[in-house]
Design a binder for this molecule. Structure first.
Ligand code: FMN
Length: 352
C-alpha cells in the first residue's frame, strides 16, 4: 500500500476541498470493504486497556477522536476505526440541506501546518445524514452528532432548529454537540450568550436524556468563556468541547480575512483557553480538547490539564492517519513514564 507521503503529494496537487472529496471517496471504499477495513484497523488501531475509559456509559478504547467537519454527512463512519480513531464526530449538520459559502472556501498553509476554512455548514441536511447513519448502525466507534442552525434561520428561531435536530438524532449516536461557535454562519457566535445557552439546555433536557455538549470558540475573553461554560453545565450540558477555529488572522501573515484558522497556529490559543476552563470545570463535567493537536505530547498535556478526550482535524491533512496511532503510542509511553496504569489516572492530574 502507498505511504501517506505519496498520497499527500497527489492530494496536494488539488484544491483542498477537491482533495477532501478524493480522500472521502477512498475512505468510503475502505468503509465498505471488510478486507481493507481489517487491514488498516490492524495497522492503525491500538488495543491496550491502559487507554480504555467509560464516558456517557460508553466504552472509549482510545482518547483520540475525529473532530467535526471532516465527516459532515456521515459517509465515513465505517472507516474511522481503520484510521485508528477511538471515536468520531459527524456534522455539523443543519435541519435543511445547504450549500455553504461560495468556493474557494478551504485553504492550506503547509509551512504553518494550518488550514483556513469558511465552509459555512455545507451538508446534505438532517434527513439525508440520518439516512446515511442508519446504513452503518451499529457504529464501530462511539459517535458524536454535531448540530447547527441553518444559515437563513433567524436568531429568534434558532432554538427551534436545535430542537428539530435533537429530536431527529435522539436514537442515533452517543452524544450530541451544539455548535454555536463556527465563524462561518453569520451571527452564529452571537448565540454564545447566557440567555440562549440557558434556554437551549433547558429545552434539550426536556427532549432527551442523551448527553449534550457545547462546543465553544477560542476567541472570547477567557472569563466570558468560563462563565458561558459554567452556565451551560448548570443548565444541563454534559460536557464542553474547546475549541472551534479562530478568527485571529494575525496568526498567519497574509492569510484570508474570512473563515477560521485551525492546526498548529491555533494550538497555543486553544490549549490556554482549555486550561483555564478546566481549572473551573474539571470534575464537574466532561471536557474535550481540540485545536492544533498533532503529537502525543500535546494530547497528553491536554489530558493532564483535564481533557477526557481529544480531537484532531487539521493535523490529519498534513500527517495522515498514521499520526493517530503515533499519538496513542506516545500517550502510552507517557502514561508509563508517569507510572499510571490507566488513562483515567492522568486526566486532570495537573489540577489535583
Ligand atoms: N467544527 C464544527 O464544530 N463543525 C464543523 O462543521 C466544522 N467544519 C470544519 C471544516 C474544516 C475544513 C475544518 C478545518 C474545521 C472544521 N471544524 C468544524 C472545526 C474542527 O472541528 C476543530 O474544532 C478545529 O479545526 C480545531 O482543530 P484542529 O486544529 O485539529 O483542526
Amino acid at each position: 500500500m502507498f505511504s501517506y507521503e505519496t498520497v499527500k503529494k497527489v492530494l496536494f496537487l488539488f484544491d483542498p476541498e477537491k482533495a477532501h472529496h478524493i480522500a472521502e471517496c477512498g475512505l468510503k471504499v475502505v468503509g465498505k470493504c471488510k478486507i481493507l477495513r481489517n487491514y488498516y484497523e490492524k495497522k492503525n488501531y491500538i488495543i491496550n486497556q491502559k487507554l480504555n475509559q467509560e464516558l456517557f456509559g460508553v466504552k472509549f478504547e482510545n482518547p483520540v477522536g475525529l473532530a467535526a467537519g471532516f465527516d459532515k454527512n456521515a459517509t465515513m463512519v465505517n472507516s474511522m476505526k481503520s484510521m485508528g480513531f477511538g471515536f468520531t464526530e459527524i456534522g455539523t449538520m443543519t435541519p435543511m440541506p445547504q450549500d455553504g459559502n461560495p468556493k474557494p472556501r478551504m485553504f492550506r498553509y503547509p509551512e504553518y501546518k494550518s488550514v483556513q476554512n469558511a465552509m459555512g455548514f455545507n451538508n446534505l441536511g438532517a434527513h439525508a445524514v440520518l439516512k446515511n447513519l442508519k446504513k452503518v448502525y451499529p457504529f464501530p466507534l462511539p459517535l458524536g452528532v454535531n448540530i447547527g442552525k441553518n444559515k437563513y434561520t433567524p436568531e429568534a428561531y434558532a432554538l427551534s432548529d436545535y430542537k428539530t435536530l435533537i429530536k431527529k438524532f435522539e436514537s442515533y449516536g452517543d452524544y450530541i454537540v451544539i455548535n454555536i461557535s463556527s465563524p462561518n454562519t453569520p451571527n452564529l457566535r452571537d448565540l454564545q450568550n447566557e440567555k440562549f445557552i440557558n434556554e437551549l439546555f433547558s429545552m434539550a433536557k426536556e427532549l432527551t436524556s442523551k448527553p449534550i455538549l457545547l462546543k465553544i470558540a477560542p476567541d472570547m475573553e477567557t472569563q466570558t468563556a468560563i462563565e458561558l461554560c459554567k452556565t451551560a453545565v448548570n443548565a444541563g450540558a454534559a460536557g464542553i468541547i474547546a475549541t472551534n477555529t479562530t478568527i485571529d488572522y494575525s496568526l498567519i501573515p497574509n492569510c484570508k480575512d474570512f473563515g477560521g484558522l485551525s492546526g498548529a497556529v491555533l494550538s497555543e490559543k486553544s490549549s490556554l483557553l482549555f486550561k483555564e476552563i478546566a481549572k473551573e470545570l474539571y470534575g464537574k463535567t466532561i471536557l474535550i480538547s481540540v485545536g492544533g493537536i498533532s503529537t502525543g505530547k500535546q494530547a497528553y498535556e491536554r489530558i493532564k490539564n483535564g481533557a477526557s478526550l481529544v480531537q484532531v482535524y487539521s493535523s490529519l491533512v498534513f500527517e495522515g492517519p498514521s499520526m493517530v496511532r503515533k499519538i496513542n503510542e506516545e500517550i502510552l509511553e507517557l502514561l508509563k513514564k508517569d507510572d499510571y496504569e490507566n488513562i483515567t489516572e492522568a486526566i486532570g492530574a495537573n489540577l489535583r
